[in-house]
Design a protein around this ligand. Structure first.
Ligand code: 13P
Length: 249
């Protein structure tokens, strides 16, 4: 089954390293049947574009401004990314929600701006440990989904990938169990069906992220309910990321 394999470099590596990485990834994944997306820092996008051109790998950014343009020092707009050949953008990552205080409202605005500019969105949602322990995980995920998708039309969902990333599993070496992932993916599909239609619930792409590595990737990504994975730490090693990206699931 064809899967979507996404890297998130976070704030790691340099543009020079991106050149070597891109060349290696393009070669190593030339036979892959999966959809591969790399999301390096903004500073790496030009070099990544140059060395991934003509390969199986698409380019994503890790963030985007909610504003179109203007006096917003330090921000990067959706049209700038689009012009560079970027196809995807990660929105609502828990690190942006917690460390940069991004609200559900801002996440919603970013999604609208990204879609309006022809970018596809990788929308991250997921509960923290306290919510899970308080048996509130489903409620948190549902609310994040509802708020993020306010005012987004069903025909726009084609441009949205939902990444379920439980915060307690990010960078901790603790993955959610297959049962937990399955349960949450089902909940996400059900919520999409409720908000839009049964067809939308079935068709929406849902990926999992949180401590996926070269040892555990196959059993997680092979889950029939999942469309792929969003990989942080393990994506920094191009050999490992290429193995995950070219696997037959
Ligand atoms: P890790 O794979 O390092 O746990 O990170 C997951 C993540 O946050 C991807 O967006």
């Amino acid at each position: 089954m064809k899967k979507i394999i996404i890297s998130n470099f976070k704030m790691n590596t340099t543009p020079s390293e991106m050149k070597t990485y891109s060349m290696a990834l393009a070669t190593k994944t030339s036979e892959s049947k999966n959809q591969i997306i790399v999301c390096p820092p903004f500073t790496h996008l030009c070099v990544a574009k140059q060395f991934l051109d003509g390969s199986k790998v698409s380019l994503g950014a890790q963030n985007v401004s909610s504003e179109e343009k203007g006096a917003f020092t330090g921000e990067v707009s959706a049209s700038m990314l689009k012009d560079l050949g970027v196809e995807y953008v990660i929105v609502g990552h828990s690190e942006r929600r917690t460390k940069f205080k991004e609200t559900d409202r801002l996440v919603n605005k970013k999604i609208k701006t990204a879609l309006a500019n022809g970018l596809k969105v990788i929308l991250c949602i997921g509960e923290d440990l306290a919510s899970r322990q308080a048996k509130q995980a489903c409620a948190v995920v549902k609310k994040e989904l509802d708020d993020a998708l306010k005012g987004i039309y069903e025909n726009e969902l084609e441009g949205v990938i939902i990444a379920y990333e439980p915060i307690w599993a990010i960078g901790t070496g603790k993955t959610a169990t297959l049962k937990d992932i399955q349960k949450m993916v089902e909940l996400i599909r059900k919520e999409i069906a409720y908000l839009y239609s049964d067809k939308a619930g079935q068709q929406i792409n849902v990926v999992y992220g949180g401590s996926i590595d070269i040892q555990n990737y196959k059993k997680i990504i092979s889950l029939a309910c999942l469309n792929g994975a969003l990989i942080g730490g393990a994506s920094l090693n191009v050999d490992n990321f290429a193995v995950i990206a070219r696997e037959n699931y």
